[in-house]
Ligand binder design. Structure first.
Ligand SMILES: *Cc1c(COP(=O)(O)O)cnc(C)c1O
Length: 339
């Protein structure tokens, strides 16, 4: 029985061509700056995104944390969405390891943080307050693309208020492909961006932080301290280079699959499906059906974490035929257990 894994786009496995690129990679000790593959990945992506320098990390969590630590000093604060990965899903690293106070604000339905909320959260220069240093956005967030006009307003606000601006662009290329613009367009005006290679791009490991040279120098120090200085990391960087060359345009396939999935699920009366923009589908499942649905799908090789709000993620290793299989399994379940 084949497995269809819709839990996340992190589950992709490197294919034969990517493995061949990893196998052939020229390597060196990257802590000495000697790894030609890492250097090529970093320089290439930085140039592609419009920054001076890039830095390869073992994970997006560490890349975001090093960026926050490079932007902020102890006792500074950063403004961030309640639903943002850096605030909610990174173990509180900014506070725990960075001594950086998060100022979380509500995310609107479209994933944005209201400009008025940001303005109101910026602290005056007064000893009672933490020093507001940075705004962090995420794009895509929950599979939603931030409206470009909104992002431009946040860029202007940050400039006007003298704040730095970081983008968690774990799925930056999904946003670019959806908008039909370059990835550089999506991160224009930001001081730093963190991009995951290990999500929809299909590399096994790695994220790259891009920014101006001074910021990246500082992030390099934090990366070492956080234990992210890797040696012959070129075997991993080679996978990232391959992914950036071959797996960007095809993200449109994942978006199409997600749209087909959403449309098919929406036809089932008991399910409520949220609007889909990229590769993530949220579907609301009646609580009393969750356990049986999970078991039904698992029995047919479909891996997904069914919950009242279920997330289904399409990616490189999910085919059009498999989307059809999943839809049939959902339809069968709700037909035969009908209510
Ligand atoms: C996956 C992800 C990260 C980083 O995750 P790692 O698993 O640490 O690589 C950061 N931000 C967002 C939005 C993500 O989806």
């Amino acid at each position: 029985m084949q497995t269809i894994d819709l839990r996340s786009d992190t589950v992709t496995r490197p294919g034969a061509a990517m493995r061949a690129a990893m196998c052939d990679a020229a390597v060196g000790d990257d802590v000495y700056g000697d790894d030609p593959s890492v250097n090529r990945l970093q320089a290439g992506l930085a140039e592609r995104l419009g920054f001076e320098a890039g830095l390869f990390f073992p994970s997006g969590t560490q890349s975001n944390l090093a960026a926050l630590m490079a932007h902020c000093q102890r006792g500074d604060e950063y403004i961030v969405g309640q639903e943002a990965h850096t605030y909610r899903y990174e173990g509180g690293g900014a506070a725990v390891l960075g001594s950086i106070q998060p100022q979380p604000l509500a995310n609107q339905a479209d994933g944005s943080i209201a400009l008025a909320d940001i303005e109101a959260a910026i602290k005056p220069n007064d000893v009672h307050y933490a020093r507001t240093r940075l705004i962090a956005l995420e794009n895509t967030i929950g599979g939603k693309v931030l409206p470009p006009a909104y992002v431009a307003e946040v860029v202007a606000l940050a400039r006007r208020r003298g704040l730095a601006l970081h983008l968690d662009g774990a799925r930056l290329f999904n946003a670019a492909v959806k908008l039909g613009v370059t990835a550089a367009d999506v991160c224009a005006g930001f001081d730093s961006v963190s991009v995951c290679l290990s999500k929809g791009l299909g590399a096994p490991v790695g994220s790259v932080l891009c920014g101006q040279r001074e910021l990246i120098q500082s992030a390099t120090r934090w990366r070492k301290m956080l234990g992210g200085g890797m040696r012959q990391a070129g075997v991993l960087a080679a996978a990232g280079i391959y992914a950036l060359e071959h797996h960007v345009a095809r993200l449109a396939d994942d978006h199409r699959h997600a749209a087909v999935l959403a449309e098919g699920l929406a036809a089932i009366g008991e399910l409520r499906v949220e609007p889909v923009q990229t590769n993530i589908v949220y579907v609301h499942v009646p609580l009393e059906r969750c356990a049986a649905l999970q078991a039904h799908l698992a029995a047919h090789g479909v891996l997904v974490s069914i919950a009242a709000k279920t997330r289904l993620v399409t990616h490189l290793d999910v085919s059009t035929e498999q989307i059809d299989i999943v839809l049939r399994l959902f339809a069968d379940f709700f037909a035969s257990h009908g209510g």
